[in-house]
Write a protein that binds this ligand. Structure first.
Ligand code: ZN
Ligand code: ZN
Length: 245
């Protein structure tokens, strides 16, 4: 069975995202794009995840609890979980590692916490677009220990990509996959960056506005529940394909 997955989507909580990125609109757009599985991955926060899960209830769309964590090395890393409970455990780690700096909405953008209807609940006052003190390898260990899956995001991108920041792809990260941007094909990425064959390569929209949702996805071939374990298994076994529209 082919599962159409977009595992990197921001909400209005991310300062760089449009204010239209509200739970019911994200779900509506994902369904229009015939997606089966999405992950909500705001920068260094989990606060809007439950609202999107609630908005998707009874629609057939599966929503994972995620976060785009910015590590000490400034590497953006998707942290993906089946449940909000697991994500909250990671949030507790983040709370200790994130510097307490105020956001500057005029310069960086607003950070809105909303409910399942998309109504305003609060402003996140803390600066989210900043590196936490957690190193990449410790983060991945933490995510794995919590039963989640980590995927370094847009590894080829100049801003916050693993390859420009580290200069190479570490051969032994305990992750099933690396996310490449839409600007490079999987075969080009493997050749240019000497990516070890045991890493799968994923693609996602990294949507910051509604129209972008589903524009770049990973199709996965598996049966059973749309769980992190099943997706990780499909990635490890090469049962996937990248699609861009
Ligand atoms: Zn990013
Ligand atoms: Zn992102």
């Amino acid at each position: 069975m082919i599962i159409r997955a977009d595992l990197h989507i921001h909400t209005a909580l991310s300062p760089c995202a449009e204010v239209e990125m509200l739970p019911p609109l994200i779900v509506e757009r994902a369904l229009e794009q015939r997606l089966d599985l999405i992950a909500i991955t705001d920068h260094n926060s989990s606060a809007n995840v439950q609202a999107v899960m609630d908005a998707a209830r009874d629609t057939g769309l599966k929503v994972w609890a995620g976060m785009e964590f910015q590590t000490r090395e400034e590497v953006h890393t998707l942290c993906l979980f089946d449940t909000v409970r697991q994500l909250r455990a990671l949030q507790a780690v983040l709370e200790l590692a994130l510097p307490h700096l105020p956001n500057n909405p005029a310069k960086l953008g607003e950070q809105f916490i909303v409910d399942a209807q998309g109504d305003f609940l609060a402003r996140e006052e803390r600066l989210l677009l900043v590196s936490a003190g957690t190193a990449l390898e410790s983060l991945i260990r933490e995510v794995n220990a919590l039963g989640g899956m980590a995927i370094p995001a847009h590894i080829d991108r100049a801003e916050n990509g693993l390859i420009p920041l580290l200069g190479f792809v570490p051969p032994d990260l305990p992750v099933p996959a690396l996310e490449i941007s839409r600007h490079i094909s999987a075969s080009e990425a493997r050749a240019r960056f000497h990516i070890p064959a045991h890493y799968a390569l994923t693609r996602a929209s990294d949507a910051h506005w509604l129209d972008a949702i589903g524009n770049a996805i990973t199709e996965l071939d598996f049966t059973g529940t749309r769980s992190v374990a099943n997706v990780a298994c499909a990635l490890r076994e090469g049962r996937y394909a990248l699609r861009t529209t």
